[in-house]
Ligand binder design. Structure first.
Ligand code: PGA
Ligand code: ZN
Length: 423
């Protein structure tokens, strides 16, 4: 049973405080997890509890830590760690709000993930096995190699320019190709006189003039590295358009002009026709359901449309998006909803309805590699966790390399009896 739950304040990749939690079992087994934090957050995300006041720019998480050490610790003492759904439900009930605003989603998620680890350690199996992985498929990776929007001061409105190895022999082969393109991109940018400093997710943050210029750089880098754009390495975008969406007018303040939703649709269609773009995330504002539906009807058969801020990993909102035909893929960020169990519910629902699932890091990360195991366990199909730089990003890919190696050396296993109920 769970003996004790402890949390502490640690720091994330942007130097901001975040929660780390330990779950200690009665036999001494321990599990530890750390919570990430976003910059371009969705309005309906679960609440990240911050202290306010003067200390650490008001971003301290000592209240969330205290909530773990007192209330959550008391509520979970003596509880069976192998029943993840129960552990999560106890915390949801204890919090008592719709958005985990009382105890903090950062407090609750830290414990939720740490409990999975403690349980996996107790059973002596890898986390991806414990989280439900049986055939355990490695995901297609998406790497944000040019950072804009809120993740850099590069001045580009589009937040993420990703590349993905669509043709590869193995996960490792895909990662090698991406590393080659990443290094080539650096010299392509440098040759043109651009800065090659990095943004929050490890991508370069050059002061390019437009989204289209950034895409041109990617195409050039892919070719120069010796790959066929589209055939071997494809491009994906996350404009994170809630950040330049005008709620009042319903228009988009994009690259120096004000664009109507119809103009945005045309603009995206133009990009998809011209470049090897396979996926666009958050093309419209987080309450612009109408244009999500319009855009999906227009190009949904040609390109993946990923819902992030629109649905915030919330099973109820994802259900609505599926019903309304808004998008055809869902981005999964554990801290948008706040427990492992609810995240699993979202993934299950998306898959059942034929949607693609993309596991995701946040722009503020830690060394925790939970999402790598989680992506394999749930066979999410896709993962985005940054460029081939900055350890908090690369460590997730490294964990996937380790898992791939392990899977090569083990026959498919039956579902472990106490595994988190995924299917
Ligand atoms: P965030 O951005 O982690 O800063 O919210 C990531 C994304 O928009 O996908
Ligand atoms: Zn996004």
């Amino acid at each position: 049973y769970i003996e004790k739950v402890i949390a502490r304040e640690i720091f994330d990749s942007r130097g901001n405080p975040t929660v780390e939690a330990d779950v200690i079992l009665s036999d001494g087994t321990m599990g530890r997890a750390a919570v990430p934090s976003g910059a371009s957050t969705g309005e309906r995300e679960a609440v990240e509890l911050r202290d306010g006041g003067d200390r650490l720019q008001g971003k301290g998480v000592l209240k969330a830590v205290e909530n773990v050490n007192t209330e959550i610790n008391d509520a979970l003492h003596g509880v069976d760690p192998l029943n993840q759904a129960n552990v999560d439900q106890i915390m949801i009930d204890l919090d008592g709000t719709e958005n985990k605003g009382r105890l903090g989603a950062n407090a609750i998620l830290g414990v939720s993930m740490a409990n999975c680890r403690a349980a996996a350690n107790y059973e002596g199996i890898p986390l991806y096995r414990y989280l439900g992985g049986t055939h355990a498929e490695l995901p297609q990776s998406f790497h944000n190699v040019i950072n804009g929007g809120k993740h850099a001061d590069s001045g580009i409105d589009t937040q993420e320019f990703m590349i993905s190895p669509v043709k590869k022999e193995s996960f490792r082969d895909g990662i090698e190709k991406i590393a080659n393109v990443y290094h080539t991109l650096k010299s392509v940018l440098a040759e043109k006189g651009y800065e090659t400093g990095l943004g929050d997710e490890g991508g370069f943050a050059p002061r390019l003039s437009s989204t289209e210029e950034a895409i041109e750089m990617l195409v050039a880098a892919i070719k120069q590295a010796g790959y066929e754009p589209g055939e071997e390495i494809a491009i994906a975008l996350d404009p994170a358009s809630s950040e330049f969406y005008d709620h009042e007018t319903g228009n988009y303040k994009f690259e120096g002009t004000e664009k109507t939703p119809d103009e945005m649709i045309k603009y995206y269609e133009g990009l998809v026709d011209k470049y090897p773009i396979i996926s666009i995330e958050d093309p419209f504002g987080e309450d612009d359901w109408e244009n999500y539906a319009k855009f999906t009807a227009a190009v949904g058969d040609k390109v993946q449309i990923v819902d992030d801020d629109l649905v915030v990993t919330n099973p109820a909102i994802v259900r609505e998006a599926i019903k309304k035909g808004c998008g055809n893929a869902v981005l999964i960020k554990l801290n948008q909803i706040g427990t492992v169990s609810e995240t699993l519910q979202t993934i299950r629902m998306a898959k059942k309805n034929g949607w693609t699932v993309m596991m995701s890091h946040r722009s503020g990360e830690t060394g925790d590699t939970f999402i790598a195991d989680f992506a394999v366990a749930t066979e999410s199909g896709e993962i985005k966790t940054g460029a081939m730089a900055r350890s908090e990003r690369v460590e997730k890919y490294n964990q996937l390399l380790r898992i791939e190696e392990e899977l090569k050396n083990t026959a498919p296993v039956a579902r472990f009896p106490h595994s988190v109920d995924f299917d």
